[in-house]
Design a protein around this ligand. Structure first.
Ligand code: APR
Length: 238
């Protein structure tokens, strides 16, 4: 089982959250917290201004060696499940299919009232045409990308599935996460307590380094490419 965080996508040109220069060093996370988003029209306008600026980078990003290596491990029958905190859709674009997106996916936008959905690319066109606060044209409800913001309820089915995988796996390969946001971070000690060996690939120390069998303090892309090459016996080709 693999658990990935924003650190895996920095090599695709996307900033992570807590590294120097990361998103939370430039924006206040409380500004985008869910309770504020649903209750305050100015907070929604500010969120959509940020999202309109940030989305083109996400849409243009391409999977890097790390995403490709994880898809290679899945195709070789060595990776049974990929749990990601990332919302950038890069695991799907790299060809991974057994993906659990516990923080949702930014490529779709939904109406919080009636559930109707739109591709995020379509909403981008509305924003670029001057819409400040997209609303549902069916029921007038508030629209929000299908991502999980701070203070928003976790997706039940995905969260349960992720913890079931963490309890069942032999190895938990954790890549590019500071492991400070729960409940996602708790997947690591749960896997460890269930007998899995934890492998941590991260540029910085995390609160769970002590329970890891292996800590690889190196960049995710090159590390995963080499792991896939050794495990699958090929030079990590996609
Ligand atoms: N290779 C390996 N590790 C990297 C790389 C890289 N190329 N780039 C960054 N890292 C490491 C950083 O050192 C950092 O410890 O990845 C980690 C990223 O941590 P965060 O920025 O906190 O990202 P993440 O753990 O995914 O955040 C979890 O927080 O704000 C919420 O919902 C958001 O899903 C996100 C959650």
């Amino acid at each position: 089982c693999a658990l990935t965080g924003a650190g895996l996508s920095t090599e695709s040109g996307l900033p992570d959250f807590r590294s120097p220069g990361g998103i939370w060093s430039r924006y206040d996370p409380d500004e985008f917290a869910y309770p504020r988003f649903v209750s305050n029209v100015e907070a929604r306008r500010s969120y959509w201004r940020w999202s309109a600026e940030f989305y083109p980078g996400v849409a243009a990003a391409r999977p890097n060696d790390g995403h490709v290596a994880l898809a290679t491990l899945e195709r070789a029958g060595r990776l049974y499940c990929l749990i990601t905190q990332n919302i950038d859709d890069l695991h799907h674009r790299a060809g991974s299919t057994k993906v659990i997106e516990i923080h949702g996916n930014a490529s779709r936008v939904g109406c919080l009232a009636c559930g109707r959905e739109w591709p995020r690319a379509e909403v981008q066109r509305w924003l670029e045409a001057g819409t400040e606060e997209p609303r549902c044209d069916a029921c007038g409800g508030i629209l929000k990308p299908r991502t999980i913001s701070c203070g928003q309820a976790m997706p039940e089915r995905e969260t349960e599935a992720a913890f079931a995988e963490a309890r069942a796996c032999d190895v938990m390969l954790v890549v590019g996460s500071s492991l400070v946001v729960h409940p996602a971070a708790a997947l690591v000690p749960v896997a460890h307590e269930s007998g899995a060996s934890v492998i941590l690939v991260n540029l910085e120390e995390t609160p769970f380094d002590a329970i890891a069998k292996v800590v690889i303090r190196a960049k995710a892309g090159e590390t995963l490419r080499r792991i896939a090459a050794e495990v699958v016996g090929t030079e990590g080709n996609s």
